[in-house]
Design a protein around this ligand. Structure first.
Ligand code: TYD
Length: 224
Protein backbone atom coordinates (compact mmCIF):
# COMPACT_ATOMS: atom_id res chain seq x y z
CA UNK A 1 0.00 0.00 0.00
CA UNK A 2 1.33 3.44 -0.82
CA UNK A 3 0.78 6.68 1.06
CA UNK A 4 1.05 7.76 4.64
CA UNK A 5 1.34 4.65 6.85
CA UNK A 6 -0.07 6.59 9.81
CA UNK A 7 -3.31 7.34 7.94
CA UNK A 8 -6.05 5.39 9.75
CA UNK A 9 -7.66 2.61 7.73
CA UNK A 10 -11.09 4.01 8.53
CA UNK A 11 -10.46 7.40 6.93
CA UNK A 12 -8.82 6.70 3.59
CA UNK A 13 -8.26 9.49 1.12
CA UNK A 14 -11.17 9.82 -1.27
CA UNK A 15 -11.67 12.15 -4.19
CA UNK A 16 -14.18 12.67 -6.96
CA UNK A 17 -12.96 11.51 -10.35
CA UNK A 18 -11.42 14.94 -10.91
CA UNK A 19 -10.24 14.40 -14.50
CA UNK A 20 -11.67 16.17 -17.52
CA UNK A 21 -14.34 13.48 -17.80
CA UNK A 22 -17.23 12.61 -15.52
CA UNK A 23 -17.86 9.47 -13.47
CA UNK A 24 -21.56 8.78 -12.83
CA UNK A 25 -22.87 5.76 -10.95
CA UNK A 26 -26.35 4.28 -10.55
CA UNK A 27 -27.18 2.54 -7.29
CA UNK A 28 -30.18 0.89 -5.67
CA UNK A 29 -31.67 -2.49 -4.91
CA UNK A 30 -32.27 -5.19 -7.49
CA UNK A 31 -35.26 -4.28 -9.65
CA UNK A 32 -35.06 -0.51 -9.03
CA UNK A 33 -34.57 0.31 -12.72
CA UNK A 34 -30.89 1.26 -12.80
CA UNK A 35 -30.20 -0.27 -16.18
CA UNK A 36 -33.13 1.51 -17.83
CA UNK A 37 -32.03 4.86 -16.41
CA UNK A 38 -28.38 4.31 -17.31
CA UNK A 39 -29.41 3.59 -20.92
CA UNK A 40 -31.62 6.68 -21.15
CA UNK A 41 -28.79 8.82 -19.77
CA UNK A 42 -26.29 7.25 -22.14
CA UNK A 43 -28.44 8.21 -25.16
CA UNK A 44 -28.81 11.78 -23.91
CA UNK A 45 -25.12 12.32 -23.12
CA UNK A 46 -24.25 11.13 -26.64
CA UNK A 47 -26.56 13.75 -28.09
CA UNK A 48 -24.44 16.32 -26.24
CA UNK A 49 -21.46 15.17 -28.30
CA UNK A 50 -19.62 13.50 -25.43
CA UNK A 51 -17.96 10.12 -25.61
CA UNK A 52 -19.66 7.66 -23.24
CA UNK A 53 -18.25 4.55 -21.59
CA UNK A 54 -21.14 2.45 -20.31
CA UNK A 55 -20.03 -0.15 -17.80
CA UNK A 56 -21.00 -2.06 -14.66
CA UNK A 57 -19.81 -3.87 -11.58
CA UNK A 58 -19.35 -6.68 -11.07
CA UNK A 59 -18.15 -7.71 -14.51
CA UNK A 60 -16.92 -4.59 -16.32
CA UNK A 61 -13.76 -6.34 -17.56
CA UNK A 62 -12.86 -9.84 -18.79
CA UNK A 63 -11.34 -10.66 -15.43
CA UNK A 64 -14.39 -9.15 -13.76
CA UNK A 65 -16.74 -11.40 -15.75
CA UNK A 66 -15.08 -14.42 -14.14
CA UNK A 67 -15.47 -12.87 -10.69
CA UNK A 68 -19.10 -12.00 -11.51
CA UNK A 69 -19.79 -15.63 -12.31
CA UNK A 70 -18.48 -16.63 -8.87
CA UNK A 71 -20.24 -14.00 -6.78
CA UNK A 72 -23.58 -14.37 -8.52
CA UNK A 73 -23.71 -18.08 -9.33
CA UNK A 74 -21.37 -20.03 -7.05
CA UNK A 75 -23.33 -22.91 -5.53
CA UNK A 76 -23.20 -22.90 -1.77
CA UNK A 77 -21.96 -20.56 0.88
CA UNK A 78 -19.37 -17.81 0.32
CA UNK A 79 -17.98 -16.32 3.52
CA UNK A 80 -19.09 -12.62 3.71
CA UNK A 81 -15.49 -11.36 3.93
CA UNK A 82 -14.54 -13.44 0.90
CA UNK A 83 -17.57 -12.04 -0.93
CA UNK A 84 -16.50 -8.46 -0.06
CA UNK A 85 -12.97 -9.17 -1.30
CA UNK A 86 -14.23 -10.64 -4.57
CA UNK A 87 -16.28 -7.51 -5.31
CA UNK A 88 -13.29 -5.37 -4.31
CA UNK A 89 -10.96 -7.31 -6.62
CA UNK A 90 -13.36 -6.86 -9.52
CA UNK A 91 -13.53 -3.14 -8.70
CA UNK A 92 -9.78 -2.62 -8.38
CA UNK A 93 -9.11 -4.06 -11.82
CA UNK A 94 -12.05 -2.33 -13.46
CA UNK A 95 -11.23 1.13 -12.12
CA UNK A 96 -7.53 0.90 -12.88
CA UNK A 97 -7.84 -0.51 -16.39
CA UNK A 98 -11.06 1.02 -17.67
CA UNK A 99 -12.68 3.81 -15.63
CA UNK A 100 -9.69 5.95 -14.67
CA UNK A 101 -8.27 5.98 -18.20
CA UNK A 102 -11.69 6.94 -19.59
CA UNK A 103 -12.15 9.83 -17.16
CA UNK A 104 -8.60 10.98 -17.92
CA UNK A 105 -9.46 11.02 -21.67
CA UNK A 106 -12.47 13.24 -20.96
CA UNK A 107 -15.13 10.57 -21.45
CA UNK A 108 -18.35 10.32 -19.46
CA UNK A 109 -18.43 7.00 -17.60
CA UNK A 110 -21.93 5.74 -16.79
CA UNK A 111 -21.74 2.77 -14.48
CA UNK A 112 -24.26 0.37 -12.95
CA UNK A 113 -23.19 -0.06 -9.29
CA UNK A 114 -19.99 0.88 -7.53
CA UNK A 115 -18.61 1.00 -4.00
CA UNK A 116 -21.92 2.06 -2.43
CA UNK A 117 -23.28 -1.35 -3.45
CA UNK A 118 -20.54 -3.01 -1.44
CA UNK A 119 -21.25 -0.89 1.63
CA UNK A 120 -25.01 -1.58 1.30
CA UNK A 121 -24.90 -5.30 0.39
CA UNK A 122 -21.78 -6.58 2.16
CA UNK A 123 -21.94 -4.00 4.97
CA UNK A 124 -25.63 -3.52 5.82
CA UNK A 125 -26.83 -6.74 4.12
CA UNK A 126 -24.19 -9.22 5.29
CA UNK A 127 -23.60 -7.23 8.47
CA UNK A 128 -19.91 -6.52 8.01
CA UNK A 129 -18.59 -3.25 9.40
CA UNK A 130 -19.61 -0.55 6.90
CA UNK A 131 -16.43 1.48 7.50
CA UNK A 132 -14.26 -1.55 6.80
CA UNK A 133 -16.10 -2.32 3.58
CA UNK A 134 -15.86 1.28 2.40
CA UNK A 135 -12.18 1.47 3.34
CA UNK A 136 -11.52 -1.75 1.41
CA UNK A 137 -13.12 -0.34 -1.74
CA UNK A 138 -11.32 2.98 -1.40
CA UNK A 139 -8.04 1.14 -1.05
CA UNK A 140 -8.91 -1.02 -4.08
CA UNK A 141 -9.60 2.06 -6.22
CA UNK A 142 -6.99 4.39 -4.73
CA UNK A 143 -9.75 6.58 -3.38
CA UNK A 144 -11.92 7.18 -6.45
CA UNK A 145 -15.39 8.54 -5.76
CA UNK A 146 -18.02 9.29 -8.43
CA UNK A 147 -18.86 12.87 -9.41
CA UNK A 148 -22.54 11.93 -9.15
CA UNK A 149 -24.36 8.91 -7.75
CA UNK A 150 -28.03 8.39 -8.61
CA UNK A 151 -29.79 6.28 -5.98
CA UNK A 152 -33.03 4.73 -7.19
CA UNK A 153 -34.89 4.01 -4.00
CA UNK A 154 -37.58 1.32 -3.93
CA UNK A 155 -39.07 -0.69 -1.09
CA UNK A 156 -38.09 -4.37 -1.22
CA UNK A 157 -41.66 -5.68 -1.62
CA UNK A 158 -42.19 -3.56 -4.75
CA UNK A 159 -38.77 -4.57 -6.04
CA UNK A 160 -39.61 -8.24 -5.55
CA UNK A 161 -42.84 -7.84 -7.54
CA UNK A 162 -40.83 -6.33 -10.41
CA UNK A 163 -38.29 -9.14 -10.31
CA UNK A 164 -41.05 -11.77 -10.23
CA UNK A 165 -42.71 -10.13 -13.24
CA UNK A 166 -39.38 -10.19 -15.14
CA UNK A 167 -39.45 -13.99 -14.76
CA UNK A 168 -35.64 -14.47 -14.71
CA UNK A 169 -33.92 -16.89 -12.33
CA UNK A 170 -32.68 -15.13 -9.18
CA UNK A 171 -28.92 -14.80 -8.58
CA UNK A 172 -27.32 -15.39 -5.14
CA UNK A 173 -28.05 -11.87 -3.90
CA UNK A 174 -31.52 -11.52 -5.39
CA UNK A 175 -32.45 -14.81 -3.73
CA UNK A 176 -31.81 -13.35 -0.25
CA UNK A 177 -34.83 -12.79 1.98
CA UNK A 178 -36.77 -9.55 2.28
CA UNK A 179 -35.05 -8.57 5.59
CA UNK A 180 -31.70 -8.63 3.79
CA UNK A 181 -33.00 -6.33 1.05
CA UNK A 182 -34.59 -4.04 3.65
CA UNK A 183 -31.16 -3.64 5.31
CA UNK A 184 -29.58 -2.98 1.91
CA UNK A 185 -32.12 -0.25 1.24
CA UNK A 186 -31.46 1.41 4.60
CA UNK A 187 -27.73 1.13 3.94
CA UNK A 188 -28.08 3.03 0.66
CA UNK A 189 -30.26 5.72 2.22
CA UNK A 190 -27.81 6.26 5.04
CA UNK A 191 -24.91 6.60 2.57
CA UNK A 192 -26.92 9.20 0.65
CA UNK A 193 -27.68 11.12 3.84
CA UNK A 194 -23.94 11.21 4.65
CA UNK A 195 -22.97 12.63 1.24
CA UNK A 196 -25.83 14.79 -0.04
CA UNK A 197 -23.54 16.58 -2.50
CA UNK A 198 -22.69 13.39 -4.37
CA UNK A 199 -26.08 11.65 -4.25
CA UNK A 200 -29.30 12.30 -6.12
CA UNK A 201 -31.99 10.18 -4.44
CA UNK A 202 -35.04 9.41 -6.57
CA UNK A 203 -38.23 7.53 -5.83
CA UNK A 204 -38.00 4.63 -8.27
CA UNK A 205 -41.81 4.32 -8.46
CA UNK A 206 -41.94 7.45 -10.65
CA UNK A 207 -42.35 7.08 -14.41
CA UNK A 208 -39.07 6.28 -16.22
CA UNK A 209 -39.20 9.46 -18.32
CA UNK A 210 -39.74 11.62 -15.24
CA UNK A 211 -36.78 9.99 -13.52
CA UNK A 212 -34.66 10.42 -16.63
CA UNK A 213 -35.42 14.15 -16.71
CA UNK A 214 -34.27 14.55 -13.08
CA UNK A 215 -31.08 12.63 -13.84
CA UNK A 216 -30.41 14.76 -16.94
CA UNK A 217 -30.73 17.97 -14.90
CA UNK A 218 -28.20 16.75 -12.36
CA UNK A 219 -25.79 15.64 -15.09
CA UNK A 220 -26.22 18.84 -17.11
CA UNK A 221 -25.06 20.86 -14.09
CA UNK A 222 -21.88 18.80 -13.96
CA UNK A 223 -21.20 18.59 -17.69
CA UNK A 224 -20.65 22.31 -17.95
P1 TYD B 1 -26.48 -6.49 -11.00
O1 TYD B 1 -25.46 -6.47 -12.07
O2 TYD B 1 -27.19 -5.25 -10.68
O3 TYD B 1 -27.50 -7.65 -11.28
P2 TYD B 1 -28.45 -7.81 -12.56
O4 TYD B 1 -27.62 -8.36 -13.68
O5 TYD B 1 -29.48 -8.78 -12.05
O6 TYD B 1 -28.99 -6.44 -12.87
O7 TYD B 1 -25.74 -6.87 -9.64
C1 TYD B 1 -25.36 -8.08 -9.27
C2 TYD B 1 -25.59 -8.29 -7.78
O8 TYD B 1 -24.37 -8.04 -7.06
C3 TYD B 1 -26.66 -7.43 -7.15
O9 TYD B 1 -27.56 -8.28 -6.46
C4 TYD B 1 -25.93 -6.60 -6.13
C5 TYD B 1 -24.67 -7.35 -5.87
N1 TYD B 1 -23.50 -6.51 -5.51
C6 TYD B 1 -22.96 -6.61 -4.23
O10 TYD B 1 -23.47 -7.36 -3.39
N2 TYD B 1 -21.85 -5.88 -3.93
C7 TYD B 1 -21.25 -5.06 -4.83
O11 TYD B 1 -20.22 -4.42 -4.53
C8 TYD B 1 -21.83 -4.96 -6.15
C9 TYD B 1 -21.19 -4.10 -7.19
C10 TYD B 1 -22.95 -5.71 -6.46
Amino acid sequence: MTGDPTRPLHAPRAAAAGGPGLFITFEGGDGAGKTTQASLLEDWVRTRGRNVVRTREPGGTELGLRIREIVLHHRGHIDPRAEALLYAADRAHHIATSVRPAVARGDVVIQDRYLDSSVAYQGAGRVLDANDVRALSLWATDGLLPDLTVLLDLDPAAARRRLDAADKPFDRLEAEKEEFHARVREGFLSLAADEPGRFLVLDARAAPEELAARVRNAVAERLG
